[in-house]
Design a protein. Structure first.
Length: 193
């Protein structure tokens, strides 16, 4: 079967590529430069890739980028973040809505939940988010999840206060004054062999 060799641009020689690789701070770029220099010196693609710690296909991809963009094409491109779907104005409006609280909204909510905010955002701005993304947006806006102890609707405040008075600090003192147990008196007895 006829093999077609990998074409590499030859405007920069292999000694120059090796020199640039030695002075390169990014190890990945240096490895790619050495691999391309090896190809320019006549090494086959398999060996050049193995010496650089990559596969043949990966080396081919880097050679194509090198041919198109020269040495700068061997650098990793920034990944970036997905573009935000809500405008900054909409986010500010959401922030003020959260600060107001849900009492003005639908009359049924006691506190905001992410699922409720998800519905409000969908209705108001026409943008749909996953419930988890709502939490990330709120965190970015400076809100933290606060959870209060639940209060039972039938709780008797007077009974709770009288219980606090009877159990008060005296019981804590008696707990603190209990003598510590001797560790040797716990567990099963052992006998010498």
């Amino acid at each position: 079967m006829f093999k077609i060799g990998l074409k590499v641009r030859r405007d920069i020689t292999s000694p120059v590529l090796r020199k640039k690789a030695r002075s390169e701070k990014d190890g990945r770029v240096a490895s790619r430069l050495f691999a391309i220099a090896n190809i320019l010196d006549g090494m086959d693609r398999d060996s050049a890739a193995r010496q650089a710690g990559m596969t043949r296909q990966t080396l081919s991809d880097w050679v194509h980028r090198y041919n198109a963009e020269s040495i700068e094409g061997l650098r990793d491109r920034p990944k970036g973040h997905a573009k935000r779907r809500m405008t900054p104005e909409q986010e500010r409006e959401l922030e003020s809505l959260v600060l107001q609280g849900p009492q003005d909204h639908q009359g049924m909510l006691v506190r905001w939940r992410r699922i409720d905010l998800q519905a409000v955002i969908k209705e108001k701005f026409g943008v749909s988010y996953h419930e988890r993304s709502i939490g990330k947006i709120l965190q970015r806006l400076g809100f933290v999840r606060v959870s209060v102890r639940p209060l039972h609707p039938e709780a008797d405040r007077e009974a709770q206060e009288s219980f606090k008075k009877t159990v008060g600090p005296g019981s804590l003192k008696s707990f603190l004054n209990t003598p510590k147990a001797n560790p040797s008196k716990f567990g099963s007895r052992t006998k010498h062999v």
